[in-house]
Design a protein around this ligand. Sequence first.
Ligand code: AGP
Length: 607
Amino acid sequence: MCGIVGYLGGRVAQDVLVNGLKRLEYRGYDSAGIATLDDDGKAGLTRAVGKIIALEQKLQSAQQDGHLGIGHTRWATHGGVTERNAHPHHVGNIYLVHNGIIENYRELKAELSKQYKFKSDTDSEVLAALIDSYYNNDRSLKDAVAQALKRVRGTYGIVVFSPLAPKELIVARLGSPLIIGVGKDETMVASDASALLGYTEKAIYLNDGELARCTPQSVDLFNLNLQQLNPQVETIEGDVAEIQKGGYDHFLLKEIMEQATTLRNALSGRIDAKEGSMRLGGLNLSPDELRSLEHLVIVGCGTAYYAGLLASYYLEQLVPDLTIEVVIASEYRYRSFHLPKHSVAVVISQSGETADTLACLREIKKHGVKTLGIVNAVGSTIAREVDGGSYIYAGPEISVASTKAFTAQVATLVIFGGMLAEAHGANKALIAEFAEELDALPAQIDQTLQKHQKDIKKLAEKYAQYQHAMYLGRDTAYPISLEGALKLKEVSYLHAEAYPAGELKHGPIALIDDRFFEVFNLLDNRLFEKSLGALHELRARGGKVIVLTNSQKEVDADDVVRIETPLRHLAPLLLNVLQQLFAYYVAVAKGNDVDQPRNLAKSVTVE
Ligand code: AGP
C-alpha cells in the first residue's frame, strides 16, 4: 500500500527520494509526491496523480536541490485520487508523510478547523495540523510530534520535517512499519527495506509506540513519553539485483521462473533426503511442546491462506493425531474462537505486514497460545511479534500477485509437518517420502516451467477473450484451484472462481455457458475417477475445459497440459506453476499492468 521514504545527509534528497519511491512502486499506489528542504531553509513540494513518472516530469521544471526530504506513494483511503490528497502534506510549519489511518480524524478536524483551513480530504493533513498546533517556541519538533500522537487513535507510520528545525527528521510508528537506515553521515527512512538497499546495510526497525529524532549523524529513540530508549541496529539482508527485473519483461514472470532457485533457498539445510528427515530452526518449541501439540490453527489472507490450506492436507497425512484448522485472518480475528490446551498458531504472511493477519496474531496471543510465523520479509512486524518461526527465504517478491512465496510457504509448512510427525512418532516412511519429494521439487518445477511455458502462452492467448473462468479440483487440487482462480482474477481481471469438483452439481454447474471456460486440476490419485465424473458432467453441458494433469491417461477436454513427474504428493505445486504462467500470459494478452494490477496493493497494511 502506501510507501514512505525520507532522507537527510550529503546527497541530493530529490534523487534518493524518487529512487526510493520507485523501489516501493510494487506496493501499489495511485499518486506520489516529495517535499525537500534546501540549505537556505526553503521548502519545495511537488505531488502528482498517477505513476512516479508523472512526478518526475513535474520535477523537471521544479528541481529541488535540498539535502533533506520526505517522499510518499499514496494508495487512497480517505479522499479520492487527487493531487491535493497526495502526500506530503504541508500545514503551517510542518511537512508530513503518513501511512495508516487516523480513526478520530473527524473530531480532531472539527477542533482544528477554527485554526486551520484544510486543503485535502485526508486524515493525514489533520495529523499535520495537529502537530503544527503543538509546535511553538516552548516545544521542539520531537516534543510536538509526541504530544500530537498521544491524541491520535488509529495507526501511523510518519516522517515529519519543519523548516524551523532544518537538520532533523522525526519519525514515529504505531501499526505501520518504518525502518531507519543508518549510513555514514546520512540517515534514510523507509516503510520497506527494499528502498534502503544499496545505500546502507545498517538499520533500526522502529517498534510500535516509538519515535525517533534523526540527524545525518544520529538516531535518538524515544517512547511517546519521551523516555529515551536504546536503538538496536540490525543488518538488512538482500541486494539491489533482487529487486530488478533481471532481463524479464515483468517481475511476475521473473518471480514465477525463479521459483526453483528461491525454493532451494527455502529448503537449504532443512531436509535430509537420505536420512528421510526434516528440520526447521527458530521455532522456539521444546521437544516436549512439539510432542504434546494437539491442535494447530493456521492463519493467513489470500494466497498465504491458500498455502496454509494446501499444507493442511499434507499435515493431516503426516501427523494423523493432530487437529488442524485453517482460517482467514480477517474473519478469525473477530470470531469468538476457543483454542484448546496444547494449541499452536502458525501465521503465514509473505510481507509480514498484513494488517488483518497481524491483528489476528495479536488476538491469538491474548489466548496464551504459542505463535509461529512463516514469513518472507525479514524483520517485518509479524516476524518480530511471533514467538518463533521460520523465514521462507523467497527473496523480495515485487509483483503484487504472489507466486514464489506460495510455493516456498507450502514447502516450509511441509517441513514443519515432517518435524512434527517425527516428534509424534508418526509414519517414518511417509516422512521420508515427503523429504525426498521436497528435495526433488526445485528441479521438477524448473522442468515443468521450461517444458510448458510456450504451450501455456498459446492457451492463454486462446482463452483471454472469455469473460469467466471456473477452476476445479479435488483433494490437494482444490486449494491450488482456489489459488489459480485468485491469480487469474488479480492480473487478468477476468471473473474467476474456484470450487471443489465434487461441489459442481450442488450449484455452480448452472453457470456453465459459452462465456465460461474451466481449468480442471486433475490429479492422478485415489479421487481420479471421481474427478473424471465431474469433468464429464461439464463436457456434457458444453463446458470448454483445459485440463492440467499429472495423469498420462486419456481425458476428454478441449486442451490438456500433461506434466510428467515422479512426485506423488507435491504434484499440485507443479500444476500451480502452470496456473501462474497462465494467469500471467492472459494478463499480457489483455495488455494489463501485470505487476501492479488495478486497485491492488502488495501488502495490505490497513484493515
Ligand atoms: C496474492 O496474490 C495477493 N496479492 C494477496 O492475496 C496476498 O497473498 C494477501 O494479501 C496476503 O499477503 P501477505 O502474504 O503479505 O500477508
